[in-house]
Design a protein. Structure first.
Length: 323
């Protein structure tokens, strides 16, 4: 069935009849539908791309709030990390120094705490960086807190053993020397009496007659009792624990045996002239962690401040050793 429509003809300036067939009518409907669909698709695209729905706006606000909270959390973790760093510094440079303990190695404090894929489940999101950063900081602080907790447990045990440690650390002169006249050679580079060259002298020489009593300078266990006709001659080594050992050399006789427990001030032997020695004397050394250190800093139970300053001054003068 066809319809008659009237259209204005711009060429002839007349209104003409136009016969519209059913096919033309269907074509127009389809054309208008296609245009509507296209317009709707374009509108929908722009609406979804550039215009947020109320739900999307709410979700975006929540995400921004989460990001702000994560940033605040990171700032607070930075403050906790700084406080923990202060505790670590105090532990290493104050508490452990007081108790003559080695600081906790940095490799342990900053040790690893997970594999390469530990944070893989946090990857792939638009805010993955801040999530991973926060998780890493939390893991680092947790690991360091554990190490610090164990360190404080050790310091607590050292504090309980403080009295025993103070009794064990060498703190007196090994022979009676109230006027300081028996100290003949000091720690450091000195002239060798046999070869007349500068050699490092790892201890102190106390001149004294054969048979003069030698005292343990701190509590400990006799680690060595060695007889010898060369080098340092007859020698006693006492292990005081806490990394300390004392060596007593050129003895004439022993008054202890290996493995014996001794107390500070106990007679352990007698001055002699054994081994490589120019005259009767005691060669005395203190070792900390197997390294020789200057014994004059360990006479604090024997010396007044004036006497300590005196031996410090004497130790600066050149001298010849007795062994």
């Amino acid at each position: 069935m066809s319809r008659i429509e009237y259209h204005f003809n711009p060429r002839s300036f007349k209104i003409e009849k136009v016969k519209v067939t059913f096919r033309d009518w269907i074509r127009r409907i389809l054309s208008m539908t296609a245009i509507g669909i296209a317009f709707g698709a374009v509108f929908t695209y722009f609406a979804y791309s550039f215009i947020d729905s109320p739900k999307e706006k709410m979700m975006k606000r929540e995400i921004e709030q989460y990001k702000l909270q994560y940033q605040i959390m990171n700032d607070r973790l930075d403050l906790v990390s700084a406080a923990l760093k202060d505790l670590e510094d105090r532990d290493d440079n104050i508490y452990r120094v007081i108790f003559e303990a080695e600081p906790v190695p940095s490799s342990i404090r900053k040790g690893g705490f997970g594999g390469a894929n530990k944070y893989a489940q946090l990857e792939g999101y638009s805010n993955s960086d801040i999530l991973v950063q926060t998780a890493k900081k939390l893991d680092e602080i947790t690991s360091q807190l554990y190490v610090q907790s164990k360190s404080f447990d050790e310091v607590f045990e050292m504090a309980k053993n403080k009295e025993r440690m103070l009794a064990s650390i060498p703190a007196i002169q090994p022979i009676s020397n109230k006027d300081l006249k028996r100290l003949s050679s000091y720690f450091g580079y000195r002239t060798d009496p046999f070869y007349k060259v500068q050699k490092f002298h790892a201890g102190l020489d106390f001149s004294a007659p054969v048979g003069t009593k030698i005292y343990a300078t701190g509590d400990g266990t006799v680690a060595e009792v060695e007889k010898s006709r060369s080098g340092y001659g007859n020698t006693i080594v006492i292990d005081h624990g806490y990394g300390y050992q004392t060596h007593y050399c050129h003895l004439s006789r022993f008054n202890v045996v290996k493995g014996q427990k001794v107390k500070r001030g106990e007679v352990i032997g007698f001055v002699g002239n054994s081994g490589k020695s120019t005259s009767p004397h005691l060669h005395y050394e203190i070792h900390k962690n197997n390294k020789a250190i200057n014994p004059i800093y360990f006479f604090f139970n024997d010396l007044t401040p004036g006497q300590f300053n005196q031996i410090i001054e004497l130790s600066q003068r050149p001298s010849q050793t007795m062994d």
